[in-house]
Design a protein around this ligand. Structure first.
Ligand code: G6P
Length: 370
C-alpha cells in the first residue's frame, strides 16, 4: 500500500496532486488547440441528437452531482440548450416527464452507483438518449449508456472524490464548447480563446498546488476545533462552495454548508459570529463586487473569512483573515482551479483532527445499494 501511495501519506493527497495529470489525460486526443477542434468519439455519431436536444437532464449523486451543476452553467452558457440537474435518487421516484427529444447525461466516477443506474434505466425506458461520463471503464453505467466519454482520471482510491471531480469538469467543458461550436452559439473566435485557456489548466493546477499547499496546511491549523463552516460562492463557483463543504463534512466530520453567496442574507447570516469560519470563493471574474459586499457584511459580524481569490487581489484580501491566491482563468473554468485549495483545506483539517481521511466513517467509495 505504501508503494501505491507513491510517497504520500494518504491516497487522497496523492490524488489531489495527480490533478494536473488527470486533467491532461482527460483532454488528451480530444482538445486539439492547434487544429482548433475538440474531438470526442462519444459525440461523433450523435452530434445532431445532442445539439437538437429539447433539453439535457444531468443525473448524478454526491460530488458528481456538483460537477453536474457546473455542467449546467457550461452547457447553457455556450450551447444554449436548457439543462436540468437532478439527484438520481429523486429523479427515479418522481415519475419525471421525459421525451425522446431529451438527452440524459449521467455522471458517475464509479459507474456503479445504484440510484444513478436506476434513474438511467427509467430514462431509457422512456426513450431518452443516454450519455455517460464515467471514470471506471466498462462499469455498469458505462455499459447501459447509448454513448459517452470516459474521464481518464485513473483509479481513485480515497473515498472523498477529488481528481475524478476535476476530470468531470474537464469533460463537461469540452462537451459544452463542442456543442456550442457545432450549433453556432459560440463564435470561432470565442471558441479559440476558450480552448486555449482550457489547454492551460493542467499548468495552472500545478501552479496552484505548488503555491498553496504549504500555506493551506498552515491555515488549516487554525480551524481544527471549528464545529461549523460556511462556504460561499456565486455563479460557476456556487457549486464549488457546495463541493468544498461536502469535502470538509466527509473527511473531517465538521458540519459545513455551502450556499450561493447572495442567499446568505436569507438565513445563514443569522449564524455568523466570531466562531463561524467562512470560506469565500471570489475570483475576479465572478460577480466580484457583489462578493466584496458579502465579505463586508461578514466582517461586520466578526465572522472569520478564508478567501480564495486571484493572484494579486487587494479588496477582498484586505478584509480576509486568511487569503489563498489562485491563478486567473475564465470564470467558466475557475471551479477546476478553485477546487484544489478547498480539497487541501479539508484534507489538512481532517489530518490534524486525526481522522481517517481515505476511509471516512460510514461512507463508501461506491454506493451500490439504495
Ligand atoms: C459516494 C462517494 C462520493 C461520490 C458519490 C457518487 O457517496 O463517497 O465520493 O461522489 O458516491 O459516486 P459516483 O461513483 O456515482 O460518482
Amino acid at each position: 500500500e505504501q508503494i501505491e501511495k507513491g510517497g504520500y501519506e494518504h491516497f487522497m493527497l496523492k490524488e489531489i496532486f495527480e490533478q494536473p495529470k488527470s486533467i491532461l489525460d482527460t483532454m488528451r486526443g480530444r482538445l486539439l488547440v492547434e487544429e482548433g477542434i475538440i474531438k470526442m468519439a462519444g459525440i461523433w455519431d450523435h452530434q445532431e441528437r445532442l445539439t437538437n436536444a429539447s433539453r439535457i437532464i444531468i443525473i448524478a449523486c454526491g460530488t458528481s452531482w456538483h460537477a453536474g451543476l457546473i455542467g449546467e452553467y457550461l452547457i447553457e452558457e455556450f450551447a444554449r440548450i436548457p439543462v436540468e440537474v437532478e439527484y438520481a435518487s429523486e429523479f427515479r421516484y418522481r415519475n419525471p416527464i421525459l421525451s425522446e427529444k431529451d438527452v440524459v447525461i449521467a455522471i458517475s466516477q464509479s459507474g456503479e452507483t445504484a440510484d444513478t443506474m436506476a434513474a438511467l434505466k427509467l430514462a431509457k425506458e422512456r426513450g431518452a438518449f443516454i450519455y455517460g461520463i464515467c471514470n471506471v471503464v466498462d462499469s455498469s453505467i458505462a455499459r447501459i449508456t447509448d454513448a459517452g466519454s470516459y474521464t481518464h482520471a485513473g483509479p481513485e482510491i480515497g473515498v472523498a472524490s477529488t481528481k475524478a471531480f476535476t476530470a468531470q469538469l474537464t469533460i463537461l467543458s469540452l462537451i459544452a464548447l463542442k456543442l456550442g461550436k457545432h450549433n453556432g452559439h459560440l463564435s470561432n473566435q470565442e471558441f479559440m480563446k476558450l480552448i486555449t485557456e482550457l489547454d492551460q489548466l493542467p499548468n495552472k493546477v500545478q501552479e496552484v498546488l505548488d503555491s498553496t499547499n504549504e500555506h493551506v496546511k498552515e491555515i488549516a491549523k487554525n480551524y481544527i476545533d471549528a464545529t461549523n463552516f460556511l462556504y460561499l460562492g456565486r455563479g460557476y463557483n456556487y457549486p464549488s462552495a457546495l463541493e468544498g463543504a461536502l469535502k470538509l463534512k466527509e473527511i473531517s466530520y465538521i458540519h459545513a454548508e455551502g450556499y450561493p453567496a447572495a442567499e446568505m442574507k436569507h438565513g445563514p447570516i443569522a449564524l455568523i459570529d466570531e466562531n463561524m469560519p467562512i470560506v469565500i470563493i471570489a475570483p475576479k471574474r465572478g460577480h466580484y463586487d457583489k462578493i466584496v459586499s458579502n465579505v463586508q457584511e461578514i466582517k461586520a459580524r466578526k465572522g472569520q473569512v478564508i478567501a480564495v481569490v486571484n493572484d494579486g487581489d487587494e479588496q477582498v484580501a484586505s478584509m480576509a483573515d486568511h487569503v489563498i491566491e489562485i491563478p486567473d482563468t475564465s470564470e467558466c473554468f475557475s471551479p477546476i482551479i478553485a477546487a484544489v485549495p478547498l480539497q487541501l483545506l479539508s484534507y489538512y483539517i481532517a489530518v490534524y483532527r486525526g481522522a481517517n481521511v481515505d476511509q471516512p466513517r460510514n461512507l463508501a467509495k461506491s454506493v451500490t445499494v439504495e
